[in-house]
Design a protein around this ligand. Structure first.
Ligand code: ACO
Length: 324
């Protein structure tokens, strides 16, 4: 018998405050037209000063538990992907654990920036398949607004805050030729590209929080190539082609990156779930936010082939292929 992980619930949380491109144009030398044309972003949500990453994550987790019809007592493990933790330590996941009233099991953070959710999902899937956990909350939550240089127009217009979560549960495969659940995960990193995308601060180096710094065009080039290549890798591993994909749920970095990736794979744009126009880039939260939207509005149906993929600072990149 093979154990697999299936998604039994999805949740999300977006801060109430909407910041439009016009509003940003009052702060830095930019325009709604430039931002929309280069990125597809129209607006983003920004957390209130008194809202931390854990607050966003707790709301998304509660929503996911409700949608799965389970309580915090039913959860064995929380894996939270974030690059903007509340504090250097402890893990933001333990804050979520306490707020949910969970006193058993384990909770920890995973850090792979925009690929964080794929890394967290892979970790959770491994725990489930090894029998070390049966029900796992996998969360992506970020407050990138805290690490942006709000004077730098080349970066501050691209990001937003938010959180998404799923409940992953183990099932014994019953010999079905087309089993449901996560069919494969694919993770990569190449640390040589550190200087293309990083935060110029940290407790060990500068003893400050720092700001996000990025070589935009260089990131763009790698993003399209790496996302297309890891998607190809996931399809090959499952003897599938792009025609088998029902829904692509990519990390929402930039509409042009998403279009470029779909074009490279000859995938119809109608099969790509897009939220970047309203959420901007929410790093580790972007995939679960987009996933939750497409599940809630009924686009993603049972047994659909769903592929999630991402690329982020490091560089890190990866994909997960699921039969829903
Ligand atoms: N408003 C107006 N003008 C701007 C802005 C802005 N917000 N930002 C940059 N410009 C200017 C530049 O200064 C430059 O002006 P110049 O020609 O006078 O020097 C001009 O616009 C063109 O700049 P480029 O950087 O070449 O513009 P490009 O077409 O590459 O678009 C962008 C920039 C949108 C950042 C693009 O490179 C990109 O999407 N890169 C990927 C970045 C990304 O998604 N990062 C997220 C993290 S990684 C991930 O999630 C995958």
């Amino acid at each position: 018998m093979t154990r697999r992980s299936i998604v039994v619930g999805c949740g999300h949380y977006l801060p109430e405050r909407v910041v439009t491109n016009e509003e940003l144009a009052k702060r830095v030398d930019t325009s709604d037209e430039w931002i929309q044309k280069r990125t597809g972003i129209c607006e983003r949500r920004i957390a209130d000063d008194n809202q931390n990453t854990s607050d966003l994550a707790i709301n998304a987790a509660q929503d996911a538990l409700a949608s799965a019809g389970v309580s915090a007592d039913d959860i064995d493990l929380i894996v939270l992907a974030t690059a903007t933790p509340d504090e250097t330590f402890p893990a933001t996941a333990t804050r979520v654990q306490a707020a949910l009233g969970m006193t058993k099991g384990a909770a920890f953070d995973v850090q792979a920036v925009c690929t964080g959710f794929i890394y967290a999902l892979n970790v959770a899937d491994n725990f489930i398949r090894l029998g070390q956990a049966n029900r796992v909350l996998v969360i992506g939550a970020e407050t990138f607004s805290r690490i942006l240089d709000w004077e730098d127009r080349t970066t501050c217009v691209l990001f937003g805050d938010g959180a998404g979560a799923i409940v992953l549960q183990g099932i014994e495969e019953s010999g079905d030729a087309e089993p449901r659940g996560i069919l494969s995960n694919h993770l990569h990193s190449d640390g040589r590209h550190h200087d293309c995308l990083y935060v110029d601060g940290g407790p060990s180096s500068t003893k400050t929080v720092g700001h996000l710094r990025m070589e935009g065009p260089e990131v763009f080039k790698h993003a399209v190539n790496n996302m297309a290549s890891v998607l190809g890798e996931a399809l090959t591993a499952n003897n599938m082609t792009a025609a088998d994909i029902d829904w692509l749920v990519p990390h929402q970095a930039n509409k042009r990156i998403l279009d470029g990736t779909a074009r490279k794979l000859r995938l119809s744009p109608d099969k790509v779930v897009i939220t970047v126009d309203r959420h901007a880039n929410t790093s580790a939260a972007s995939i679960p936010l987009a996933l939750c939207e497409a599940v809630t509005d009924g686009r993603i149906q049972e047994r659909n082939i769903v592929v999630m993929e991402a690329m982020g600072g490091g560089f890190t990149w990866g994909a997960s292929l699921i039969r829903w």
